[in-house]
Design a binder for this molecule. Structure first.
Ligand code: SAM
Length: 250
């Protein structure tokens, strides 16, 4: 197993089945699987979907995957963070490599027009950040970004004993469904990231580092005009409040 690729393979068949059931894939559709590994989840998926495209970065696994998979599975060697997605629409599914789960999820959000939904296993801690409420330790820029674009459904928790080798932490299966009619906000992700630049600072101070020429008075005036307190800290703002503040500066 290669640690640098986050290789923890699922060995419990009932969990593999539960993940595929939870994904609710229409049988006529195409699924993009991230990181098939030894192909255990891929095999279950191949029974549920018309076509499976599985992207694996580890070249050593490719020959055995290609030899073992049924005819409706296409194995592609590549880095899911960088490669061009296949054409058309596809559901995303995978037991994500933990070291790249967050950037991968951001990439799915960016390409959501072609992805009806995303069902993935991630570290439980990442799932908790995605679902976090304001004013909690877990709430941060990633929570705001995910919740702006998606409803996050928590499926179930998976414990280390279900994998080989055992990871150190619990995992969770979650499903992202895009919220309808989300207004386009091109620089929202960068804006929220900067607004959280220092969690200990007030929102106004973080934003002043972003827009130094505005001056403190104008900054406070703009924040208050959105209904947010001038002394608020970034983690106290709801997603809707972040959007209102962003619209003041876009
Ligand atoms: N799907 C298998 C399972 O559930 O047992 C393996 C899951 S394992 C957690 C993650 C897999 O993703 C590994 O096979 C790893 O080599 C692959 N991987 C890691 N980084 C990747 C990347 N950037 N693009 C594509 N695959 C990647």
């Amino acid at each position: 197993m290669k640690k640098r690729f986050g290789q923890h393979f699922l060995t419990d068949r009932s969990i593999l089945r539960r993940i595929v059931e939870f994904a609710h894939i229409p049988p006529e559709d195409t699924v993009l699987e991230i990181g098939p590994g030894s192909g255990a989840l891929t095999r279950e998926l191949a029974r549920a979907a018309r076509h499976v495209i599985a992207i694996e970065i580890d070249g050593d696994l490719i020959p055995s995957l290609r030899a073992a998979m049924p005819g409706n599975v296409e194995i592609v060697e590549g880095d899911a963070l960088e490669m061009e997605w296949p054409p058309g629409a596809f559901h995303v599914l995978g037991n994500l490599p933990y070291n790249v789960a967050t950037p991968l999820l951001k990439r799915f959000i960016e390409h959501r027009a072609r992805i009806p939904d995303v069902t993935v296993m991630v570290q439980k801690e990442v799932a908790e950040r995605m679902m976090a409420e304001p004013s909690t330790h877990e709430y941060g820029p990633f929570s705001v970004l995910v919740q702006y674009y998606a409803n996050v459904n928590y499926g179930f928790t998976v414990y280390p004993g279900a994998f080989k080798p055992r990871p150190k932490v619990d995992s969770a299966v979650i499903r992202l469904e895009w919220r309808p009619d989300v207004p386009s906000a091109p620089r929202f992700t960068d804006f929220v990231q900067q607004a959280f630049a220092s969690r200990r600072k007030k929102l106004a101070n973080n934003l002043l580092s972003m827009f130094p020429s505005l001056g403190r008075e104008e900054m406070l005036r703009r924040i208050i005009s959105t209904g947010v307190s001038a002394s608020a800290r970034p983690e106290e703002l709801s997603v809707a409040e972040f959007l209102r503040v962003y619209n003041q500066f876009r």
